[in-house]
Write a protein that binds this ligand. Structure first.
Ligand SMILES: [Zn+2]
Ligand SMILES: [Zn+2]
Length: 250
């Protein structure tokens, strides 16, 4: 027998971390929340984004040209910030240190984006983008699952939208995506995700929020959303903390 810390423990730790005085992870001010209000105001300004893929857009534009030409498999997307300093530091803590405090702070950042709370409240499931078994063994945890749990536990009215890491699985390991352009990524990811047959009844006709830490080209979220769509999900929103600019020549 062994004891395995469950989501309730990580969530509890995050709440304890929030309750205790700590230092702002960006400006170092003490005592503070994990990210202080001044740093949030300074580094997370509101940015108009494509409603379909969350790409930064000039004010007044609703969708980017790429989404108008070939919309992704998800219906809408939200991002809290553009990828870059200082959020890249907090995202690295989430990814490499299994830091529930970072997950909580980043989920809070996402929850303040207009439309996010309503999307979470109307979702039946909050589903993290899964890692392959191989990557999960190497890293020991899935940072997207930490975020999904923080979003479900702290930002959505439970039990309407529980986080569920088992509805969508990685069918096979895919090589690292970084450095590849979108069409190569899409080829790389074909068939990478699936909904186990015994789970499809839970998804049929349901609204789903798909969570990841960073969206680069959107190819991973697109492949994951295709699998949810095949399983019958009626509406799929992608939610990420940070959005990168598109790679050139796409
Ligand atoms: Zn600060
Ligand atoms: Zn777009």
């Amino acid at each position: 027998m062994f004891f395995r810390p469950g989501p309730w423990l990580l969530q509890g730790l995050a709440q304890v971390q929030q309750a205790l005085p700590s230092q702002c992870g960006i400006c170092g001010r003490w005592p503070s929340q994990r990210v202080c209000g001044d740093c949030t105001a300074r580094w997370a300004g509101t940015q108009p984004r494509c409603r379909r893929c969350a790409l930064p857009l000039p004010a007044g534009a609703a969708e980017c040209g790429a989404c108008l030409r070939a919309p992704p498999a998800f219906d809408a997307a939200w991002a809290a910030v553009d990828y870059g300093y200082p959020w890249s530091l907090l995202l690295a803590q989430l990814k490499f240190q299994q830091d529930p405090g970072a997950a909580y702070a980043l989920a809070q950042l996402l929850a303040r984006v207009p439309g996010v709370s309503a999307a979470l409240a109307s979702a039946r499931w909050i589903v993290p983008v899964p890692l392959s078994d191989q990557r999960l063994r190497e890293r020991g945890f899935n940072q997207a699952a930490l975020l999904a749990r923080a979003l479900a536990g702290n930002c959505a009215p439970l039990p309407q939208a529980p986080d569920c890491a088992h509805l969508l699985v990685r069918a096979r390991h895919t090589p690292a995506q970084s450095g590849l352009q979108r069409d190569r990524r899409l080829r790389n990811l074909r068939g990478a995700f699936e909904v186990p047959a015994w789970q499809t009844a839970r998804l049929a006709g349901q609204r789903v929020v798909l969570v990841d830490d960073i969206m680069t080209t959107g190819a991973t979220l697109d492949a994951a959303a295709q699998a949810l769509r095949r399983a019958g999900a009626s509406h799929i929103c992608a939610m990420v903390v940070a959005r990168t600019q598109r790679l050139p020549r796409q």
